[in-house]
Ligand binder design. Structure first.
Ligand SMILES: CC(C)(COP(=O)(O)OP(=O)(O)OC[C@H]1O[C@@H](n2cnc3c(N)ncnc32)[C@H](O)[C@@H]1OP(=O)(O)O)[C@@H](O)C(=O)NCCC(=O)NCCS
Length: 176
């Protein structure tokens, strides 16, 4: 674990480093269009970077969303990337945990994610059956749609997750 890891909100000066991180972490997926769209309007959520050795080692974005007919503050965790030389050192875990803490402090009670359950279950996420993703998921991604309630008094929601335009692209919700 890197002793000097610093987690903070990203600024415009981090954009180039964040954009160069994604192709390295995801060589087979082009996440840059959605990453750019999110960073162009960061106020739609929270953009965090993990700085190690003065480098942007990891990035995560949490987008504010709504669940139809449910009045709790909700966020979508995506994307998350750790640059290859810093993977498997606990940085992704620390970054997500830090983000969840910050979200809870601002009153967010539900966080959804579409990702590998083997990874996200370690961070407290569980399979989500009541809140539906914005687009129907292919059968092979069953179990990849997960959520986590923050705090003890969050009431369970049911309904479709409503996402801002940056996430309203069907291809973002299906295998490449
Ligand atoms: C997936 C990712 C965000 C994890 O961040 P990280 O800082 O490397 O992971 P951490 O050090 O916090 O946690 C490591 C543990 O997570 C698990 N893990 C790491 N990458 C994983 C992956 N792609 N899928 C499932 N589990 C994974 C492993 O169990 C690992 O523990 P181990 O090293 O003891 O086996 C990061 O590796 C990454 O950006 N990878 C490239 C993109 C990718 O694979 N995305 C899929 C996301 S589900």
């Amino acid at each position: 674990m890197n002793a000097d890891l610093n987690i903070r909100e990203s600024t415009q000066y981090d954009v180039a480093a964040i954009e160069s991180l994604y192709p390295k972490a995801f060589p087979d997926e082009d996440l840059l269009p959605v990453v750019r769209a999110l960073l162009e309007e960061p106020e739609i959520g929270m953009s965090l970077v993990a700085i190690a050795d003065s480098n942007v080692a990891a990035h995560v974005f949490f987008t504010r969303c709504e669940v139809e007919d449910c009045d709790i503050k909700t966020a979508l965790l995506a994307p998350l990337a750790v640059t290859p030389t810093y993977q498997r050192q606990g940085i992704g875990t620390l970054l997500v945990r830090d983000g969840l803490q910050r979200l809870q402090e601002t009153g967010v009670q539900l966080v959804c994610v579409l990702g590998d359950p083997a990874y996200y279950s370690r961070l407290g996420f569980e399979s989500e059956a009541l809140v539906e993703p914005p687009y129907a998921l292919p059968a092979e991604w069953e179990g990849a749609w997960q959520s986590q309630y923050l705090g003890d008094d969050a009431k369970a929601c049911a309904g479709k997750l409503s996402v801002p335009p940056q996430w309203q692209h069907r291809e973002l919700w299906a295998p490449a």
